[in-house]
Ligand binder design. Structure first.
Ligand code: MG
Length: 286
């Protein structure tokens, strides 16, 4: 009996010692903030590195460069336009169209009124003076009241990224049309995931994240991608654009054609007095 008890005690001591040894190992301090990078000593067991385009970094490395500090903008309400983040290029803040011209480069006759702008008597698209490639774009629009016309004839406009790739603007509130031409469609290519339209006259938002295509000679080597939120709702989820979006005829659209790395942003005039406000853009890496 005595030897049995002794054995049990010994086992307990061994078990406790083993536990303590394990526990000591677990309690060894991790080396935070060591700034270990490519070419540094091999990782100790239990440490991890992540590697991407900004280098190879110890997980939770305090010496890893922090992102720039910016001031976010404010959200819009129906009554009042919001403001842009501090690192955005403001293309329209409600005051003037000094950043815009007609597509032929002449002054535009689009009209600014009560913090928004809308097409003038002459019509015609407008474009930014500055050119952009990959970008995050915020834009707000309101469809005409009363709603006039049907299908593509009601509240039609559009935003052409790089003067080329159209995200459709249309009054799609209780207005049937071909789905790849309703509001938020990548025109002729991609139908939006949902129809998140507000009523005519109500302000609506587009938030677009676009990465430009690249070309070699006449060939597209990387296709454009679009992520689009309409009124805060995801409607294009990192879509790879299969080709161009230019209307040719009823069932034909353009394909990719080589173009510059940066081109103006363009807003379409399609015979309807669509209103616009609060437009800003942030340039992105390709
Ligand atoms: Mg259009």
């Amino acid at each position: 009996m005595r030897s049995i008890l002794l054995s049990i005690s010994m086992l307990g001591i061994i078990a406790l010692t083993g536990y303590a040894a394990q526990d000591n190992t677990a309690q060894q301090p991790t080396r935070r903030g060591m700034g270990m990078r490519r070419g540094a000593a091999p990782a100790r067991q239990g440490t991890q590195y992540v590697e991407n385009e900004d280098g190879r970094w110890l997980v939770h490395d305090t010496e890893r460069p922090a992102p720039p500090i910016i001031t976010p903008g404010t959200a819009s309400t129906q009554e009042k336009a919001g403001t842009a983040p501090s690192d955005a290029i403001v293309l329209f803040d409600g005051n003037d169209l000094s950043n815009w011209v007609s597509t032929n480069g002449s002054p535009t006759d689009w009209v600014v009124k009560d913090g928004y702008f809308t097409p003038g008597n002459r019509g015609g698209d407008i474009k930014t003076k500055q050119s952009f490639g990959s970008c995050q774009l915020h834009l707000e629009f309101a469809s005409p009241v009363p709603a006039v016309g049907t299908s593509q004839g009601r509240g039609n406009s559009g935003v052409f990224i790089m003067s080329t790739y159209e995200v459709q603007i249309l009054d799609s509130y209780e207005n049937k049309t071909y789905p790849d031409g309703q509001v938020g469609a990548l025109y002729g290519r991609n139908v939006p995931l949902v129809n998140a339209s507000r009523k005519p006259g109500e302000w609506q938002t587009f938030d677009i994240i676009f990465h430009r295509p690249t070309f070699e000679g006449n060939e597209v080597t990387k296709k454009a991608t679009f992520t689009v939120l309409h009124n805060g709702v995801l409607i294009q989820d990192h879509v790879v654009l299969s080709g161009g979006t230019g209307w040719i005829d009823e069932h034909t659209i353009t394909n990719y054609e080589p173009h510059a790395d940066k081109l103006p942003l363009q807003i379409q005039y399609h015979n309807n007095p669509v209103k616009f406000r609060n437009i800003w853009i942030r340039e992105l890496k390709d």
